[in-house]
Design a protein around this ligand. Structure first.
Ligand SMILES: Nc1nc2c(ncn2[C@@H]2O[C@H](COP(=O)(O)OP(=O)(O)OP(=O)(O)O)[C@@H](O)[C@H]2O)c(=O)[nH]1
Ligand SMILES: [Mg+2]
Length: 336
C-alpha cells in the first residue's frame, strides 16, 4: 500500500497531515521524515519520548523468531541489568561492547569480557568494537555470518548505544545499499524497526532501543548532551580525597566523602566536563538542593551515574551523592 511508506532514517510511518506528530513530512515522496531530515542536515534534534512497553513488544516479537540477535551496549554506560533483555528473549545472542574508542586504551579487552562472562548470561560471544574508529567491525561481520540462523539478524539494546551507527558502518563497508539510518547523541532516535539488506545472505533489522528513564541525558540541555557524550579517549581523572572533601562535576553531581580513610576516586567521564574538588565540604552547600543518596562503599567498587559515566573508588568509606532525583545511580564491582 502506498500509504504505508516509512522514513528510511528512523522507521516511522510517514504522514503529511499533522506537523506536530511523528513522521511528518511536507511530501510523502520524501525518503525522510522532517525530524530525520533536520537531524541529518542541520544537527537539529527534536526529542521524542518513547515508552518501553512498545519496545518490550518488539523484543517479544524477536523472541518468537529463532534469529540471531546482536545486543549492542555502550562500554561507558553498561546497563545495570544486562540480564533484563536476556530474560525477555532467549535467541542466540552476540553481546557487542561498543565505543571502545572513548574507553581508556590502558584497559584490556580481555578484562572487560571476563567481567561480563562472570555473569553467565549465555552469549555466543562477547565482541568489543568501535563503530566510530572502524575497530573490529570485520571480525564482527565474520562472527555474525558464523552464528546466523537465517537471513535476518536483529540489532537490539538500550537507546543511544550505537545500533544505527553500527548498521550504517556495515552498510558503508560491505554493501551497495545507499540507505543511511539516522544517528544522534540524544536517546530515541530510531522510532520503529527498520529492515536493511546488507547482501543477499544478510538482512539487519534495526530497533528503537530500551529507554533509560534514569539517564542524565534526559535531564540536561542539548549543549550538555554534547559534552557528556565523549568524543575522544577518556583521560581518567584521579583525586585523592580525605574525609570531608568533595568532588563536583559541572552543576550536575556532587560527591561528598563523609567517612573513611584517605581514598582514591577516579572519574571515567567525558574530558569536556569540568570537575572541581572542594577541600572542605562543611559549610559549603553547593548542589545540596539536589537529591541525596548515601552509599557505603566496599573495596574496589564503581559508583555509576546513568548516562554520565562512573567513579572508581578504591577503598571502603561512606559517600553522599547529590544528583537530580530522576537520575539513576548504582554501585557495582569495579569494572577496571
Ligand atoms: N565515540 C563513539 N561514539 C559512537 C560510536 N558509535 C555510536 N556513537 C555515537 O553514539 C550516539 C548514538 O548513536 P546511534 O547510532 O544514534 O544510537 P542508537 O543505539 O541507534 O540510538 P537510538 O536509535 O536512540 O536507540 C551518536 O552520537 C553516535 O555518534 C562509537 O563507536 N564511538
Ligand atoms: Mg538508532
Amino acid at each position: 500500500m502506498n500509504d504505508e511508506k516509512r522514513c528510511q532514517g528512523c522507521g516511522v510511518l510517514l504522514q503529511d497531515e499533522n506537523i506536530l506528530q511523528e513522521g511528518y513530512t511536507t511530501n510523502k515522496e520524501n525518503d525522510l521524515c522532517q525530524r530525520c531530515f533536520r537531524m541529518k542536515n542541520y544537527g537539529e534534534y527534536q526529542v521524542v519520548t518513547k515508552s518501553n512497553d512498545e519496545y518490550v513488544n518488539i523484543l517479544k516479537g524477536v523472541g518468537e523468531t529463532k534469529d540471531l540477535v546482536l545486543y549492542i551496549t555502550d562500554l561507558l554506560n553498561l546497563e545495570q541489568n544486562l540480564e533484563e533483555i536476556r530474560s525477555i528473549i532467549d535467541n542466540k545472542m552476540i553481546l557487542v561492547l561498543n565505543k571502545k574508542d572513548v574507553f581508556p586504551q590502558s584497559v584490556k579487552e580481555e578484562k572487560l569480557k571476563q567481567y561480563i562472562e562472570k555473569k553467565n548470561l549465555n552469549f555466543e560471544e562477547i565482541i568489543v568494537i568501535s563503530t566510530a574508529k572502524n575497530y573490529n567491525i570485520d571480525y564482527l561481520l565474520k562472527r555474525i555470518k558464523f552464528y546466523q540462523t537465517s537471513k535476518n539478524v536483529y540489532v537490539i539494546g538500550h537507546t543511544n548505544a550505537g545500533k544505527s551507527s553500527l548498521i550504517n558502518k556495515l552498510i558503508k563497508n560491505y554493501s551497495t545499499n545507499l540507505q543511511e539510518l539516522t544517528e544522534s547523541p540524544l536517546p530515541s532516535t530510531t522510532l520503529s524497526t527498520i529492515t536493511i539488506d546488507i547482501d543477499e545472505h544478510l538482512t539487519l533489522i534495526d530497533t528503537p532501543g530500551l529507554v533509560d528513564n534514569g539517564s542524565i541525558l534526559n535531564h540536561v540541555d542539548r549543549d550538555m548532551v554534547k559534552r557528556i557524550n565523549a568524543k575522544k579517549e577518556i583521560k581518567p581523572r584521579t583525586y585523592q580525597l580525605k574525609k570531608n572533601q568533595s568532588i563536583i562535576i559541572e552543576d550536575l553531581v556532587r560527591i561528598d566523602y563523609v567517612e573513611g580513610e584517605k581514598n582514591s576516586f577516579t572519574l571515567f567521564i567525558s574530558n569536556d566536563l569540568r570537575v572541581r574538588r572542594l577541600l572542605n565540604l562543611i559549610n559549603n552547600s553547593e548542589l545540596k538542593d539536589k537529591n541525596k543518596i548515601t552509599y557505603q562503599m566496599k573495596y574496589d567498587e564503581d559508583l555509576v551515574i546513568s548516562g554520565l559515566g562512573f567513579v572508581k573508588i578504591v577503598d571502603k568509606g561512606t559517600i553522599d551523592i547529590y544528583v537530580d532525583k530522576d537520575v539513576d545511580t548504582f554501585i557495582r564491582r569495579s569494572l577496571i
